[in-house]
Design a protein around this ligand. Structure first.
Ligand code: TRP
Ligand code: SF4
Length: 367
C-alpha cells in the first residue's frame, strides 16, 4: 500500500480538512456517533450506482472513497443498478453490459474489496422485481408523484414520464430493504428518495404488524464536489473530467487544460489562488498542506508559472491515483474475473433477498 493522499486509510491525515472531518473520513461525525447506538442489524450498508459509463475523480472523492472506508467497519452491499438505468435509457442498451463491467472495474480499482463487500448487479436478483411489485401496492402514488428528486429527473426528459421511472424510488427502496440495510451512503440529491424508503419501511411494518424492516438512514458525505477542469460541473459529457482509468500521461495532459486565475495573463502577473477555481481547488484536495501553501505563495509573488504549477499538481494527483492504477491492472486484462466477482456477489446478495421475500410474504399472509 502506498501512502497516497486520497487512498482511504490515509484520507484521515488530509491537511485540508477540519478535525471533525478528519476523524470520520468524510462522513459526518454526528451521524457516526448515533450509528454506534444502532442495533447490529441496522448497521448493514447498501448503496448503488447506475451504470452510465466510466467513473471520474469526482465520483472517487465524493462517493467511492467513503464506500471503501465503510467496508472496513460494516457489512456492505454495493449494487450496479442496471434496472434503474433502464428507467431513462431503455432504448439505449447496446453498451449496457460493457458499462456494468467498466463500472465494476472502477469500483475494484478504487479499492472496493470483494472479500469484504458484496458487489453485484441488480438484475441478478429477480426477488427484487417481486418485492418491487409488492411495495408498489402499499405505496400511495402521491408519495412518488411529489418526490422532488424524481421531478428533477422528469424535468430533464424529452418525453412523457414512464410507469417505470415513476417507480424509481420504490425500486431504490427495494434495493435497500431487500438486503435489510439500515445505512445508505448517498449524496444530498438522493435524500428525497430515501425519505420515501423510510416511509415505505414504516408503512409496511405498521400494516403487517411486524418489525421486519429498519428505517434506512442516509450517510451524507461532506466532501465538496470536485469541479471539472473547465470550471463547470465535472461530467462525462463536458469533456472536463479525469477518469479513474486515465493514465498518468493523460492526467497530466488534462490538468494542463485546467483554467487558472484569469488575472495571470503574463507569466510576471501575480495571481490569487482564491481566484484560481480549479487548479488551486485541486491542490486543496490532493496536495499536502505545505505544498498548497507554497503554491499559493509563489502564485501571489509570480515566482511560479501556471504551467509549472499544473505539472506539480498532476504529480500529486498521479501519486494519489497510483494505487488505483495498480489495482486496475490486476483486473483490466481479465474481464471474466470481474464478471465472476459480480456473479458471486449476486449469489450472496440473492440469498439475503430470498430470505427477506420469504418473510415479507409470510407477514403479508400471501399464498
Ligand atoms: N439513485 C441512485 C443514484 O442515482 C442510485 C441507486 C440505485 C441507489 N439504487 C440505490 C443509491 C440504492 C442508494 C441505494 O445515485
Ligand atoms: Fe492557479 Fe497555480 Fe496559476 Fe496561481 S500559479 S493561478 S494557483 S495555476
Amino acid at each position: 500500500m502506498t501512502d497516497s493522499l486520497i487512498d482511504p486509510p490515509q484520507i484521515s491525515e488530509h491537511p485540508a480538512e477540519s478535525e471533525a472531518e478528519r476523524s470520520t473520513e468524510g462522513i459526518q461525525t454526528e451521524t457516526l456517533q448515533s450509528i454506534q447506538a444502532l442495533p447490529a442489524t441496522a448497521k448493514t450498508v447498501m448503496s448503488g450506482m447506475r451504470p452510465t459509463g466510466k467513473l471520474h475523480l469526482g465520483h472517487y472523492m465524493g462517493v467511492l472513497r467513503n464506500w471503501v472506508s465503510l467496508q472496513e467497519q460494516y457489512p456492505c452491499f454495493f449494487m450496479v443498478a442496471d434496472w434503474h438505468a433502464l428507467t431513462t435509457k431503455y432504448d439505449d442498451t447496446d453498451s449496457l453490459k460493457d458499462n456494468i463491467l467498466d463500472m465494476a472495474l472502477d469500483w475494484l480499482a478504487a479499492g472496493i474489496d470483494p472479500g469484504k463487500s458484496t458487489m453485484y448487479v441488480q438484475s441478478a436478483i429477480p426477488e427484487e422485481a417481486e418485492l418491487h411489485l409488492l411495495f408498489s401496492m402499499i405505496t400511495p402514488a402521491k408519495w412518488v408523484q411529489t418526490d422532488p428528486t424524481l421531478k428533477d429527473m422528469v424535468a430533464m426528459l424529452h418525453e412523457d414520464l414512464s410507469y417505470g421511472l415513476l417507480g424509481y424510488p420504490i425500486l431504490q427502496t427495494v434495493d435497500i430493504l431487500c438486503v435489510r440495510a439500515g445505512l445508505v451512503p448517498v449524496g444530498k440529491d438522493q435524500l428525497a428518495h430515501l425519505e420515501i424508503s423510510r416511509d415505505i419501511a414504516r408503512r409496511f411494518n405498521h400494516i403487517y404488524k411486524t418489525d421486519l424492516f429498519v428505517e434506512p438512514r442516509p450517510l451524507l458525505t461532506e466532501t465538496p464536489l470536485l469541479i471539472g477542469l473547465d470550471g463547470r460541473k465535472m461530467g462525462k459529457s463536458y469533456n472536463n473530467a479525469i477518469f479513474l482509468s486515465d493514465s498518468a500521461d493523460e492526467t497530466l495532459k488534462k490538468v494542463k487544460t485546467a483554467i487558472t486565475d484569469p488575472a495571470r495573463v503574463k507569466r510576471t502577473d501575480p495571481g490569487d489562488p482564491q481566484n484560481c477555481e480549479v487548479v488551486y481547488k485541486y491542490y486543496e484536495a490532493f496536495a499536502p498542506l505545505a505544498a498548497q501553501n507554497l503554491a499559493a505563495e509563489e502564485c501571489r509573488t509570480a515566482t511560479r508559472g501556471c504551467m509549472d504549477c499544473k505539472k506539480t499538481l498532476a504529480e500529486f494527483i498521479n501519486e494519489a491515483m497510483a494505487p488505483m492504477r495498480e489495482r486496475r491492472a490486476l483486473y483490466a486484462s481479465d474481464r471474466a474475473q470481474v464478471e465472476q466477482i459480480l456473479r458471486e456477489g449476486g449469489e450472496k446478495a440473492r440469498e439475503t433477498c430470498q430470505e427477506t421475500l420469504r418473510k415479507v410474504k409470510d407477514v403479508m399472509k400471501l399464498f
